[in-house]
Design a protein around this ligand. Structure first.
Ligand code: TYD
Length: 197
């Protein structure tokens, strides 16, 4: 039987550099001979596609969709971990806790926690890439992509505050996302190596 893979999650507001760091960690782990796959939420599966195409205006229904997409994704993730493959995921339950509680009229925070508990496994390690939204929004604008409904400055500020308090409660590792890429990679690899021992 193979040793279970490590489940690593990257969280942060839009434009915080999660995907770049995720891919760099994957390359490092693969070079060391550890099989590793990268993935993301919303997924590109059936339910994730509804969210990627703009979701719905009903905030309760939208929160349920994020969690439903995650429930299916968790099954896939567990399959890889059981085969001894590491999984690095761009966003997981903390995204729903941070974003879906940042608007007005969304579902109650306690309910979001309960729903997520039913749809998730606890990651071995979660990194929060923390950045001032004024900087990350500039990065999003530089990409020249159309902004999603979640990418407004005031909203991102609330999401950041939510993330910081979730990180404290759950023991996430907070990284300063303004650090150079190499530094972020070495900082995260130190924590990952500790878990691999
Ligand atoms: P994002 O990771 O930015 O996707 P992409 O790389 O395709 O731009 O996710 C899309 C948006 O969805 C982003 O603004 C955050 C939001 N989101 C939530 O509001 N709740 C969630 O649970 C997840 C996973 C994402």
């Amino acid at each position: 039987m193979s040793v279970r893979g490590l489940f690593i999650v990257l969280e942060g507001i839009d434009g915080s550099g999660k995907t770049t760091l995720r891919d760099a960690i994957r390359d490092t782990l693969e070079n060391e001979g550890s099989r590793t796959i990268v993935t993301a939420e919303p997924t590109d599966g059936k339910l994730g596609r509804i969210l990627r195409e703009g979701g719905t205006d009903n905030q309760f229904a939208e929160a349920l969709l994020f969690v439903a997409d995650r429930a299916c994704h968790t099954d896939e993730i567990e399959g890889y971990l059981d085969q001894g493959i590491n999984v690095i995921c761009d966003r997981y339950y903390a995204s729903t806790l941070a974003y879906q509680s940042a608007g007005s009229g969304g579902p109650d925070y306690g309910l979001l926690v309960t729903l997520n508990e039913l749809a998730t496994v606890e990651p071995d390690i979660t990194f929060l890439l923390d950045i001032d939204p004024a900087m990350s929004m500039a990065r999003v604008e530089d990409r020249g992509e159309e902004k999603s409904k979640f990418e407004r400055l005031e909203f991102q500020r609330r999401v950041r505050e939510n993330y910081l308090s979730i990180a404290e409660e759950k023991g996430f590792i907070i990284l300063d996302a303004t650090n150079p890429r190499e530094k972020l990679l070495s900082q995260s690899m130190e924590h990952i190596m500790e878990k691999q021992r």
